[in-house]
Design a protein. Sequence first.
Length: 277
Amino acid sequence: MTLRLVAAKQMFRMMCIAWPLMGVYTTANADDSQGKSSTDKDEWLVLVSPFVWAPAMNGQVALGGVDAKADVGFREIFNNLNRVFMGNLEVTNRKLGFYLDGVYAKTSQSERAYGQKIGLDITQSTLAGGVYYRVYEYALGGNNVFGEPRSWRVEPTAGLRWTKLSTKVEIDPAGYSTKKKSEWTDPFVGLRMQADLTDRWTLSGAADTGGFDTSSKKTYNAQAYLGYRLYLFENPTIVRVGYRVLAQEYKSRDFTGNTFKYDVTQRGPVLGLSMRF
């Protein structure tokens, strides 16, 4: 009770401090990227978006001949999440856009298997860089609170996702310990859409898939957000709440000659805002 209560309080304080700065993944940012008038179509905008994501984790990790289950429920994430940093940077002229999205997370967990306690530490860094182009826009009538025409927008996207992974498995009380560091880069393709529900409320979502048996076997990423428009520090801002899923499967040989396998899905709620400059 004490650990969870302390972790929950720390998380609440972090969110209160970070609230003016938080944001969401780039797929949600595109709602902000329309111009204030048709004469602004060639103006390039910058969107800065750190965000808070609290993902549960489930899957399988095999290292040094030891199979370990990666299983961290949402209720346990505050106890198992050691460090996390997430953020997004986007540059767009409302038609064409480029973005970088980064996630750094370190988790620790333990479980019992074969009558022994197995500890699993995972440190993951992911950086996705991509480009999108608005291929379709349907006018919904009226303007939003930023003075921009309300619409429904469709944007295909493509890019590369780089992943760096450090995995450590410990067996207690046997004293056995082994670790593996890997990194790989995969292409991905996807689609994202945004719709202005009212002058303030907006709905957005996106999905992409990659891997294609290049470096990893497969990867997919999906998210959806409900947003609310307002001005914060005189800057157009959308406060958002949503849900994100990131799944990756990777296989290679470790130093023992056994198969190193990382097949893990992360999913959980996202809270934040996106601020436009």
